[in-house]
Design a protein around this ligand. Sequence first.
Ligand code: PMP
Length: 373
Amino acid sequence: MKGYFDHNATTPLHHAARDAWLRASEKHWHNPSSLYRDAGMASQQLESARERLGTLIGADAERIVFTSGATESNNALFASLPADAVVLISAIEHPSVREAARGRNVVELPVNAAGLVEAEDLKRLITSKRPSLVSVMAANNESGALQPWSKLAAICREHGVWFHTDAAQWLGKLEASNLGVCDFITGSAHKFGGSKGCGFLVLPKEDSRLGFIRGGPQEQGRRAGTENYPAIEAMVAALEAITPTLNEIEDKQSKLRDGFITEMRARFESLRVISESAPRLWNTVLMVMPEHDNLKWLTRLSRRGFSISTGSACSTGKEGSSVVVTALGASVEELKRVVRISSGWETPAADWQALAAAFVEVFEELNRGGKPQ
Ligand code: PMP
């Protein structure tokens, strides 16, 4: 995994998730909806995984619906709203929220210069627009900026408005036991050592509207299709394994990340780090390079064994694709110079240092106008 700095796109499988997946697949591969004893055991295991996840995120198990990932969860939520529903969504949401909200009456909730939603803006827009739902992600996938979701959820509660947070990037990086204060929560296993194609949506207790995927009665009729119990077990095992160590990881990795920024600044004076003044995920640096297109940086770093990103994997390939940098008023030219670095739980100091050194090497190569090595 040396040189892998794209953990916000996806993470390698955690060994606890792998072990749990194998155990679940070998022992409890039966269909949880079938009626014989072995199927009943699979169903019991599934419900126990739901309880354990509920404990980790501070939400009653009955509020949790398992899905195929964050994109499905976000789509399911918006599909459950009436066409004329007014929804407030922040200017920096992931495409799976922005696109899913299309067709509803969408009002954009602005962010300040640091990339954060402000409580005063939320109050003002709740009063003037009277939305039925507010959606603000917990941690931004591009900049890592941490939104004040618990404060925003409290404001929504006071005004009797549903609050949704897409916590795909928060989970597995920061303590999550208070997330349950949000009415709706989106999560995705592959962002924290689980497998791809598995996630969840938390709903308010009294909400039975969901029925985006229709068919059988699974998930209390809220999401049809045979549950992917082994992947669910793996997701919960990964989160259980990592949660007790998160404070220590944050402490260590944020120092390494800040050291990387300092080293980069020593060489690239005019380097701009997006949302630098905001509280951010310990693993993320979104930077506007002083020169050269991001794809040139990416391909040359890739040849040297480093995997980085030009922004969200969901919008790569689209010119000027950074939602966050656009929301902060950057020019099209600047957008082409954006790169994102996102480390993992165990990224060693040596990898961070080697990455900074590789940036310098690539810069010299690009300035020489030379062919890549
Ligand atoms: N929301 C956020 C904030 C994300 O970062 C991502 C992944 N880029 C998604 C949603 C989509 O997740 P999934 O791959 O599980 O559909």
